[in-house]
Design a protein around this ligand. Sequence first.
Ligand SMILES: [Zn+2]
Length: 340
Amino acid sequence: MKAVRFHEFGGAEVLKYEDVPDPKVRKDQVLVKVKACALNHLDIWIRKGLPEVKVPHVNGSDVAGDIVEVGEYITDLKPGQRVLLAPMTFCNQCEACMRGQQNFCRQFTVLGYLNDGGNCELIAVPRVSVVPIPSELTYDEAASVPLVFLTAWHMLVTRAQIRAGQIVLVLGAGSGVGSAAIQVAKLMGCKVITTAGDEAKMDQGRELGADYTINHYRQKISDEVKKITAKAGVDVVFEHVGKATWDESVKALKPGGTLVTCGNTTGFDVGLDLRFLFSRQLNLLGSYMGTMGELLEVLKFVFNGTLKPVVDKTFPLREARAAHERLEKREQFGKVVLNP
Ligand SMILES: [Zn+2]
């Protein structure tokens, strides 16, 4: 089969479209023909080089496609079914997994991070990772859902425990996770302030349901938040940007407010004035992906049309380099998708 791999870490030029052996499906696995695989910022970090990642490596965490073969132990799925894959892998037998907290499993990892992912034509995965999708959902839409909607759900609903009437600041409306978070916060009855880098993306953020928008290049986020909230600040900040926005995110919180973060696309080395943390009684929460239970929960809202996948642009798999460059230049609104 064809796959996009890299044999050394580096810029987008290290991505090679090449022949690799077909995967062999184990008795407890499902073989899926990949129709769409969405990109995440993680793909860029992995390509540039993260510890423990071995080369040659195949990226790809968000997969949708058709079942082509099922192992003999699997009786409830059949070839031809349209499916998406859970964006993570885990042991499915330890205490954390049995508790339903797969993201605390010692073997938990994002699909395509410490194992090969879906930037290829065929992928073999355990039964537990496979979720049939309704016919209305295109493969590109289905691939745009798993990682970002699971992450946004875990951050807002499980970790920050957002409630109707709260004000949530979602950074980066144009990012995959930002476009998901706006919708999840609105679904839960919150008011949403979001940020974007240009007018077009601010409009798109409003179309997804955001009540207020801030241009994060031209305006100071915390000042604008103060204006919008009559100096009160927000209940929750949805952080995934890191260094570039951290100070503004902390300043935007109201006393007793909660900052929840899942990443740091601009850098991880941030400062914190402890006096500000304790005197204003702030909550800082880390969040990593989510559980299978949460994935199935959020997918119900996607499958009934309440939450909408945001597909930015599709590229043929062989043009993975151009797709990476689009994401790296932050030109996208929503998910950049590869089609094998
Ligand atoms: Zn486990």
